[in-house]
Design a protein around this ligand. Structure first.
Ligand code: SF4
Length: 353
């Protein structure tokens, strides 16, 4: 395979078959950066409406940097992996302070910004500035493992061999298109299940295809999904509901939710509710009524939330991280998807009561 023939065949295919995605209509490094961060761990169809809204609300790095974190989290609500957006916001502040609001072209400088690992650095700088940087995401890893018929599962241990290959075939110009073409090939043709080899522009270079191994490369590892059971307390005062802000560190940090938490092993739902309310709000549960259950799926685990209407011995204290909110104002508070689902179901429950 010559360097030129591989990249020419791939990029030609990309020019003809690439999906028309909103971030492909811009060369603005900031917008490309936003799209790349949103697309990590998230599907294209989920990202499109978020991206469109985001560039309207925060059209420049300056707009993002001057927005309060809560407003930024609100725009991200439902996309998950909230550290991504916190780093985006932190990096925007650094860019305003130290780089006049412009993403630098120097990979070393970019890598020092919050949230810029090798993938984001390579993708943003190659797509926005055409810098000769390789990128490896799950799609690229799978495609190259098949091209080279590499044994094993698709994990980062494969990356040195993959990078060696990419450096050999990387074109001297149009690197951003080349990188996007490889990812697009993985998304549309060289899919994890049932790759469409007879429509593949680089089939003639592919060892897995030649050896009939495209369905078994890479090897797959069975994913173990953890099940989590939790109880949620709906505490009502007039038309207002009690919500609290999660701590600033850890899972779903700084988002708002209803009180409650994980049921411990061997604990009943009622006991878990009593314990959680005591631990979180220093209040005693007087009575509770089960309303409904909500299931929510994360990448690594699924959670089943049992939602209870609760009455308490005392009214919980209010401060900056504990509030009474009515239905109209819930939308002002960034919440995890599980809590947003509870609100939707609560509305339906109350309407049909
Ligand atoms: Fe993937 Fe098949 Fe193309 Fe090889 S020939 S890169 S396995 S789609």
């Amino acid at each position: 395979m010559t360097k030129q023939s591989f990249s020419t065949d791939l990029v030609r295919w990309y020019a003809k078959h690439k999906r028309d995605l909103p971030w492909r209509h811009t060369k603005d490094p900031y917008k490309i950066w936003v799209s790349e961060i949103m697309l990590q761990q998230t599907t294209v169809s989920t990202v499109i409406p978020y991206y469109k809204r985001w560039v309207e609300v925060f059209p420049t790095i300056h707009d993002l940097a001057k927005a309060p974190l809560q407003a930024v989290l609100k725009q991200w609500q439902g996309l998950g992996y909230y550290n991504r957006v916190k780093n985006l916001h932190k990096a925007a502040l650094v860019l305003i302070d130290e780089h006049k609001g412009v993403l630098p072209k120097d990979p070393q400088l970019i890598r020092s910004l919050p949230g810029f690992g090798p993938y984001t650095t390579g993708s943003v700088l190659s797509i926005a500035y055409d810098l000769p940087l390789t990128i490896i995401d799950a799609n690229v890893r799978r495609v190259v493992m098949r091209l080279l018929a590499l044994p094993g599962i698709a994990d980062t241990k494969q990356d040195s061999k993959i990078n060696e290959f990419l450096l050999k075939v990387l074109p001297t110009q149009g690197v951003g298109d080349f990188n996007q073409a490889l990812m697009e090939l993985g998304a549309l043709v060289c899919r994890s299940k049932e790759p469409v080899c007879n429509a593949c522009p680089v089939a003639r270079y592919c060892l897995a295809y030649k050896e009939g191994k495209q369905e078994i490369i890479p090897q797959t590892k069975k994913k173990i999904i953890k099940e989590i059971q939790a109880v949620i307390a709906i505490i009502k005062k007039g038309d207002q509901y009690f919500i609290q802000k999660r701590p600033s560190k850890g899972l779903l940090a700084d988002l708002w939710e209803f009180p409650g938490g994980k049921i411990k092993e061997g604990e009943s739902k009622k006991k878990a509710l009593i314990r959680e309310l005591k631990e979180e709000l220093a209040v005693q549960l007087k009575s509770s009524k089960h309303l409904f259950d909500v299931k929510h799926y994360y990448t690594e685990f699924r959670v089943s939330l049992s939602v209870f209407a609760c009455s308490l011995d005392t009214v919980p204290k209010i401060d900056a991280t504990h509030k009474w909110v009515n239905f109209k104002n819930f939308s002002k508070y960034p919440m995890p998807s599980g809590s947003a689902k509870i609100i939707d179901k609560l509305k339906i429950y109350l309407t049909n009561k």
